[in-house]
Write a protein that binds this ligand. Structure first.
Ligand SMILES: [Zn+2]
Length: 217
């Protein structure tokens, strides 16, 4: 099957995400922040630190706020994000959005993993506003995660909401829980992938993989 391709410049979308991020920062749940900060004060003491020394005085509250930001995906509904910008359109070629930034936290160690996501879908009557795909990635990534589930959740959300002829998701991440502790493999990258529909077809899938590995800049 022949496909034409759309490549998106991600810069504008990333700016949008950052603005979205700053908005979230103003929406802290103070009661929750106070509770989490209390726990972190105890953790600091258990680590042998003095939580009352100058540099650490505000650390429990800072950590609590950072954590609430890093897990703000729990407050969003990725399927609604997609539904808010679905358009009926007679376009049936592969749509590819590559190099979407991913920042997440491994649920086993609560240590960050980060990298890039590449998404493609083949429309089946509907297309989606392209900035929504990075927002869906963010919605699932900003939770406690494992990379395998993150990959499948993004695929399933797009498949079930947009009902395209096929979805492909590839995620490449570096896991600090591997680099900084445990096996200390500094430079290893974990790659996961998930496909539906027409991407079961070898030719379609290799076209997608070729596109995301090519450098267009
Ligand atoms: Zn981990």
């Amino acid at each position: 099957m022949e496909h034409n391709y759309i490549q998106m410049n991600q810069k504008r979308d990333i700016n949008k995400e950052q603005i979205y991020g700053y908005v979230k920062i103003e929406q802290y749940d103070q009661a929750k922040i106070d509770r989490i900060a209390g726990h972190y004060e105890a953790i600091l003491a258990d680590l042998g630190e003095d939580p009352s020394r100058d540099g650490l005085l505000k650390t429990p509250e800072r950590v609590a706020k950072a954590l609430q930001y890093l897990t703000h995906g729990y407050d969003s509904k990725p399927d609604e994000i997609l539904r808010s910008a679905m358009f009926k359109e007679d376009y049936s070629q592969m749509v590819v959005v590559k190099d979407i930034e991913v920042f997440s936290m491994c649920e086993h160690h609560m240590i960050p993993f980060f990298g890039k996501a590449h998404i493609a879908y083949i429309p089946n009557g509907y297309i989606v506003g392209l900035s929504k795909l990075p927002r869906v990635v963010d919605s699932f990534a900003r939770r406690l995660q494992v990379q395998e589930r993150l990959t499948n959740e993004i695929r399933d959300c797009i498949q079930n909401t947009l009902k395209p002829a096929g979805v492909a998701v590839v995620i490449e991440c570096k896991h600090l829980c591997m680099s900084m502790r445990g096996v200390q493999k500094q430079n290893s990258i974990t790659t996961t992938s998930a496909f539906t529909g027409e991407f079961a077809n070898e030719t379609t899938r290799s076209e997608f993989l070729r596109l995301i590995s090519s450098n267009l800049s």
